[in-house]
Design a protein. Sequence first.
Length: 77
Amino acid sequence: MKIYLRYCKLVKIEKYENDSIIEVPDKCTIRALISMLEIPKGRQEAIIVCVNSEPAWSSSILKEGDSVKLLALIGGG
């Protein structure tokens, strides 16, 4: 199935271009997507995932045509 993938520059995904349509397996979870994108484990905890503009859990299941956006969690003080 196909989903729309967008991510901020701080996430740094080399395998797929930003603002692209990618193919994922049926019943793909956010956890599986993160693994498929080959994001290093150390960076995975610093990413917020939104599906169709709503926050998503790692166990959330993607559907055909979903829009997934990955944002870097930034701290400050």
